[in-house]
Design a binder for this molecule. Structure first.
Ligand SMILES: [Zn+2]
Ligand SMILES: [Zn+2]
Length: 157
């Protein structure tokens, strides 16, 4: 075993897990009350999609609310296969930053500190790649804007 198995991502980056789940209404309320409101718009994400590297250990995880506070933290929920999430939790953001952002910008990991697997900036999203394969015109758009807009890609599927 000399080389990692090729999973087919651009630059052979590992794919993200991508298991989908829905945030139950009771947890939307928990998410709204879990942390004080900043100046920003309150936005609770209910369409969950695990952001960890595929085949990770432990729970699936997705961010449900971005927080304004310092130190940088994000509200997450976690779940296991076939079960709905039962709680939300505030986790410190992962401090690692990718060094290969072609725009030279700040390509910070969007996961939580001590997350399993690879940082978000080194993962590739198979669903996003499938979307681009089916809608080649968007590849140009994303390339122009620099960073794939995941929410935008999802809304157009
Ligand atoms: Zn997962
Ligand atoms: Zn990270």
């Amino acid at each position: 075993m000399r080389t990692r198995p090729e999973k087919g991502g651009p630059g052979a980056r590992p794919p993200l897990c991508g298991v989908v789940q829905t945030l139950p209404p009771t947890l939307v309320l928990d998410a709204l009350t879990a942390a004080p409101f900043g100046d920003g718009e309150i936005d609770v994400m209910t369409d969950l999609r695990c952001e960890l590297e595929a085949d990770h250990r432990g729970h699936h995880a997705d961010a449900v609310r971005l927080l304004d506070g310092s130190p940088p933290e994000t509200l997450w929920t976690q779940w296991t296969d076939w079960r709905v999430p039962v709680k939300v939790l505030v986790l410190r953001d992962c401090a690692r930053v990718g060094g290969e952002d072609p725009r030279g910008g700040d390509d910070a990991c969007t996961l939580f500190a001590d997350h399993p697997g690879t940082c978000s900036f080194d993962l590739f999203d198979p669903e996003h790649e499938r979307f681009l394969a089916a809608h080649p015109a968007y590849r140009y758009l994303f390339a122009r804007e620099g960073k794939p807009d995941e929410a935008g890609a999802r809304c157009c599927l």
